[in-house]
Write a new protein. Structure first.
Length: 305
């Protein structure tokens, strides 16, 4: 199969390097110094699962790659609008576009342009980042959950799963991909919003009675929103989410919080902003998430980030 990886950062770089090392026909769309380093020295991965230096094809022009069987879109949510248009040369009538962005809106954004039939909504679980141009540092996990828009197993979903497993990665085809996406959404958004507002890590957020209550209420709001939009979340999803948060490192923070502190573009609009926006659309009250969004927005404006 021919696989195009759009975005060679932590997620795309790690998945793509492993797939290429396993013999899949993989090519990357990248840019800048990262692209230059990949072109001259290959893609380097440092990982507890084994290091590798993998020669790969990489370009900043998708037209040079042509139509692919799978286009894994691995950019951040704020980069997605531009990328959706740029990948047209990769997309043929049978191309599957796999979205792996945090949040729940990316599949719909892509489907507006290419149709629901072209999109495989996905959720990535991998801890990896670009350590330096051409070098990916992988710290843990390596799983992609994905499925057809209307669920059900198809040959193209099974083929991609087999490719991931053959590359030593994990792949899952959930019974309901939308439940998987919203479950992940619940696991990161409340902590991201509250952590950004307070500057605290998970240890403080879950231990202090007041912040734990806010965390619980923010999670419950997102559950209610998902249910109102027809997502069949399990009845105990809030308790499960809090149990998961209780197992995280005490000094752990979300990528949203870290990006805002560093002054980088963030996914605030796709995380807490999406809860507020979709809540209004679905007429579901989201007072805690709205407050957290306004506080985070004020922090961004105050710091100029």
């Amino acid at each position: 199969m021919k696989i195009g990886i759009v975005g060679a950062g932590g997620v795309g770089g790690y998945f793509g390097a492993r797939l290429a090392a396993a013999g899949q026909d993989v090519a990357f769309v990248a840019r800048g110094k990262h692209l230059e380093a990949i072109g001259s020295d290959g893609l380097v991965v440092h990982s507890p699962d084994g290091d590798l230096r993998q020669p790969v094809r990489a370009t900043d022009d998708p037209a040079q790659l042509g139509v692919v069987d799978y286009a894994l879109v691995c950019v951040k949510t704020w980069q997605l609008p531009e990328v959706i248009e740029s990948i047209r040369p990769l997309v043929g009538p049978d191309t599957a576009i796999v979205t792996v962005q945090n949040g729940v809106e990316a599949p719909g954004q892509v489907a507006k342009v290419y149709g629901e039939h072209a999109v495989l909504p996905g959720a990535a679980e991998v801890i990896a980042y670009v350590e330096s141009p051409g070098v990916i540092r992988h710290l843990g996990n390596g799983k992609l959950s994905f499925g057809e828009w209307g669920n059900g197993t198809t040959s193209r979903v099974e083929a991609l799963r087999d490719a991931f497993v053959g590359a030593g990665l994990q792949a899952a085809i959930p019974e309901d991909i939308w439940v998987a996406l919203w479950t992940k959404f619940l696991s990161v958004v409340p902590g991201g919003g509250l952590g950004t507002a307070t500057g605290a890590g998970y240890g403080v957020l879950r231990k202090q009675p007041a912040t734990r209550q806010l965390l619980t209420e923010a999670t419950a709001e997102i559950r209610d929103l998902a249910v109102a939009r027809g997502v069949r979340l399990p009845a105990d999803v809030v308790d499960r989410t809090l149990d998961w948060i209780d197992q995280l490192p005490a000094d752990g923070t979300t990528s949203l919080q870290r990006d805002l502190i560093a002054g980088w573009p963030s996914e605030l609009d796709a995380w807490t902003g999406a809860v507020v926006r979709l809540g209004r659309e679905s007429r579901v009250p989201t007072p805690i998430n709205t407050l957290l969004f306004e506080l985070a927005t004020a922090r961004v404006l105050a710091t100029g980030n």
